[in-house]
Design a protein around this ligand. Structure first.
Ligand code: HPA
Ligand SMILES: [Zn+2]
Length: 330
């Protein structure tokens, strides 16, 4: 069965917002532990509120939800719970986003956030990288101040990203801070082409010089851009259940992943904000496999792409790719 094949497939997850892995049960537990009021009476009430028509609808609830995260232990518990879910999906390597500005704006210290997350990463069996995202609805000066705050922790931060409300906040708004991050030796990624136009994908490549594109769906609207992404082997971190929940696609049968694979784009499958979008990484693989009729060979390509697009050293990458080959050949 396809589900069993996906379950055993070794894979990397490259697009996961740790704050988006906050399950309703943990939301309640942390609200109680920290004495934070939340506008929900039951876990079912919370799930009922997860009905979004666009990215902003989701972001409003996502920023509200992270308000229960206050202590280092909260960030540890959140991250440890995600890592356990990922390991259960046979995720062998994760690259985790976090949104420091969503916490420092509430008076939670940068060190508290990164301390809890990295302690959980250190305790986990799977390998990981950590990517700090700037909130694009805020100013570049605020992103610069966040990068300043990160300087003492650069040994634990592998890259920077760009997330939050895309429309009206083009990548070029963050040209200076991304250039500085590059100078500090950090990897660079940016959400682009989720709701924003193909031009934002081009800008992320040309102005920010990113190593990967997060989402990238709307790149398909520009033939020349597709050819360039194929030619340059740019990895796209696609998030099928997210796209469905945020109405980026009308139904899963219309998801562009199959077309992306057919073009030879280096696409990967990821969960984005699994607590909000209805499934972790394997659920995303199964959803697209069923809706688009993907076979084992397609799924193996997706898993290989996830390790090829990851910020791994050559030796680690080769080891993981060999694991995929061994599994697929078996
Ligand atoms: O999918 C997303 N897009 C933009 N910002 C986000 N922040 C969390 N998830 C997302
Ligand atoms: Zn995302």
């Amino acid at each position: 069965m396809m589900r069993d094949f996906v379950a055993g497939l070794p894979k990397a997850e490259l697009h996961l917002h740790i704050e988006g892995s906050l399950e309703p049960e943990m939301l309640f537990a942390l609200a109680e532990r920290n004495g934070v009021a939340i506008p929900f009476a039951t876990v079912d009430d919370v799930r009922a509120a997860y009905d979004f028509s666009n990215l902003q609808d989701f972001l409003d609830i996502y920023y509200q939800g992270m308000g229960v995260l206050l202590t280092e232990q909260d960030f540890y518990d959140l991250t440890a719970a995600y890592l356990a879910r990922a390991a259960a999906d046979n995720v062998r390597h994760v690259e985790i986003f976090f949104d420091p500005q969503g916490h420092t704006a509430r008076g939670v210290a940068f060190g508290t956030v990164i301390g809890g997350i990295t302690r959980a990463l250190d305790d986990a069996a799977i390998t990981s990288r950590l990517i700090m995202c700037f909130l694009r609805h805020l100013s570049e000066d605020e992103a610069e101040a966040t990068l300043d705050e990160a300087l003492p922790y650069l040994a634990r931060i592998d890259g920077v990203g760009l997330d939050s409300s895309e429309a009206g906040h083009p990548p070029a708004k963050f040209a200076r801070v991304f250039a500085r991050a590059r100078g500090l030796g950090l990897k660079l990624v940016a959400h682009a082409g989720e709701e924003g136009p193909a031009d934002y994908v081009i800008e992320a490549l040309d102005v920010l010089d990113v190593d990967r594109i997060d989402h990238g769906n709307r790149a398909l609207e520009d033939e020349g851009l597709v050819a360039r992404l194929v030619d340059e082997g740019v990895c796209l971190t696609v998030c099928p259940l997210s796209n469905l929940k945020l109405c980026v696609v009308e139904e899963m049968g219309l998801h562009p992943l199959r077309v992306m694979l057919d073009h030879g784009l280096k696409v990967t499958v990821n969960s984005d904000d699994p607590a909000y979008f209805g499934g972790y990484v394997n659920a995303n693989y199964v959803a697209v496999a069923e809706a688009l009729g993907l076979g084992r060979a397609d799924l193996a390509v997706l898993a290989r792409n996830s390790f090829e697009g990851a910020f791994l050293g050559a030796e680690e990458r080769a080891r993981y790719l060999a694991e995929v080959d061994e599994y697929v050949g078996s």
